[in-house]
Ligand binder design. Structure first.
Ligand code: MV4
Length: 503
């Protein structure tokens, strides 16, 4: 078994991994930036080392410093959490070459699955259904045109090095294809340093359903069922649940088998996720895979009773999986609300400040995975995800009722959060019926804005970011925190942001 693990991350996920380590008698080493000196993950770790200034590129992304700390602390493994180095081939490669254990898949699997075209090819060859489209990158306009016609409009142009929605272009008409190919390629080049693009059939309003898998170093692979992740905004997931309202036992088995096949075909080891798009006829297609422990992993833990972070540590130690496929049973229903430090009443603007009062919900069927505490500072330097509130129930209705109860108990004062928005979703009739898809938030809550959706003007965006920064600085210098509402009214930069088209 591993003796000491360095957690190359912060916030709730660092806390989550430290907890797993402690329960297994593994020493946990934390790293922290200058503004995280008092953070929860630092307090809970066995050892903690400063890694640099607040700016992530100079701290949590400072590879040399992280390896120096790993050496100094004599850690035998590194857990990347999610984000930062979690799916970074070069980082994994370096962990391996420095004789440390990476708590995640082998570098080669990270590389293969990071290349969307190579991943599609691998899946197709092993019989995993993929969205109709190309398994090669587009080399010329003519090739793009003939493929698009073969697939049939509407099509979606995607980046080979992409993921998360960047560099995508929907094309509904042949006349728009050429310019879309150009635009997508240049966007891909600047976003991923890789101009390669490919084409898929565009599915309208699909669901996003993903399968959790576990694979050990001895060739055993199992799946832990699905998570429904359709409720998202601008490619950021907002609410996840398990089971999915559309997946029955038969479909779970079919998707699970496909996911296990996908994992085996790509030489996968450790915990991973195979994402699928599901169309309105409940056909499912491989979308991409996530080679990390995901934000939403706890919904799977709540319905299976399996501790995924502990399994990761066991697998990395070279142990066999604790479970066989036939051991896996699903019980009840779990929901996760991602609590973002965002003012959802004010166009989801990022919110910052000091949490001057903090009270977590608890009681039956409630779980909170959070990096927050009274006095915690929420800044613009990191992910706005500050907490995850989960509920479990015997069925979906009970999980929803519990969620409403827990959301209304939760007190986070000093920063605006997405809690009010979650309460609205819990009461939404289509959500209650389980009728959700990837455009749910847009359709149900942003209808009035649908004429000018995705892109605000560059000026409006710049003003928004500047306004949030100003707000942050202000709160840092004057200690007393006013109510978020009263505060934002008087802020001239926020008003300017609104005038520039932000709400
Ligand atoms: C799609 C799609 C429809 N058809 N592919 C968005 C992020 C990227 N990882 C894949 N995405 C999509 N790919 C085809 N062929 C719709 C989306 C999509 C989406 C997917 C999952 C979750 C949320 C989404 C929101 C908008 C679009």
């Amino acid at each position: 078994m591993l003796k000491k693990v360095l957690i190359a991350n912060r916030g709730e996920i660092a806390v989550r991994i430290i907890r797993a380590c402690r329960e297994m008698g593994i020493r946990a080493v934390a790293i922290f930036s200058e503004i995280d000196r008092k953070a929860l993950h630092v307090r809970l770790a066995d050892e903690a080392y400063p890694v640099g200034p607040a700016k992530a590129t100079e701290s949590y992304l400072n590879t040399d410093k992280i390896f120096e700390i790993a050496k100094q602390s004599q850690a035998d493994a590194i857990h990347p959490g999610y984000g930062f180095f979690a799916e970074n081939y070069d980082f994994v490669k370096r962990v391996e070459s420095e004789g440390l254990i990476f708590i995640g898949p082998p570098a080669e699997a990270v590389k293969l699955l990071g290349d969307k075209v190579a991943a599609r090819k691998t899946m197709k060859n092993s019989g995993v259904p993929i969205v109709p489209g190309t398994e090669v990158e587009i080399g010329s306009d003519q090739q793009g045109e003939s493929i698009a016609e073969e697939v049939g409009f509407p099509i979606l142009i995607k980046a080979v090095g992409g993921g998360g929605g960047k560099g995508m272009r929907v094309v509904r008409d042949k006349k728009d294809l050429k310019s879309a190919l150009r635009a997508a390629s240049s966007e891909a080049k600047s976003a991923f340093a890789d101009p390669r693009i490919y084409i898929e059939k565009y599915l309208e309003r699909p669901r996003h359903v993903e399968i959790q898998i576990l694979a050990d170093k001895h060739g055993n692979v199992i799946h832990l069922g699905e998570r429904e992740c359709s409720i998202q905004r601008r490619h950021q997931k907002v609410i996840e649940e398990s089971p999915s309202p559309v997946v029955d036992e038969k479909m779970r088995q079919a998707m699970g088998n496909a996911a296990v096949t996908a994992a085996k075909a790509s030489g996968y080891v450790n915990a991973g996720t195979i994402e699928f798009l599901v169309d309105s006829d409940r056909n499912f297609y491989f979308l991409e895979s996530n080679t990390r422990l995901q934000v939403e992993h706890p919904v799977t833990e709540l319905v299976t009773g399996i501790d995924l972070a502990k399994e990761q540590l066991r697998i990395a130690s070279g142990m066999k999986l604790s479970y066989k496929q036939e051991d896996i049973r699903w019980k009840g229903s779990a929901i996760e609300c991602r609590i973002y430090a965002e003012d959802t009443e004010n166009n989801f603007l990022p919110s910052t400040g000091v949490v001057h009062s903090y009270w977590e919900p608890s009681g039956p069927g409630v779980r909170v995975d959070s990096g927050l505490y009274q006095g915690a500072e929420v800044s613009l330097f990191y992910d706005p995800l500050v907490s995850k509130l989960l509920t479990w129930g015997e069925n979906r209705d009970e999980a929803i009722q519990r969620m409403k109860r827990a959301l209304s108990e939760y007190r986070i004062l000093g920063v605006a959060t997405s809690i009010p928005f979650h309460l609205k979703v819990m009461d939404n009739p289509n959500f209650r019926k389980g009728e959700i898809h990837t455009h749910f938030i847009e359709d149900e809550f942003e209808k009035d804005k649908s004429k000018q959706p995705e892109e605000k003007s560059e000026l409006a965006k710049a003003v928004a970011v500047f306004s949030a920064l100003l707000d942050y600085e202000e709160k840092k210098h004057h200690k007393p925190i006013m109510s978020p509402k009263g505060k934002s009214k008087g802020n001239p930069w926020k008003m300017a942001g609104r005038k520039a088209g932000l709400r």
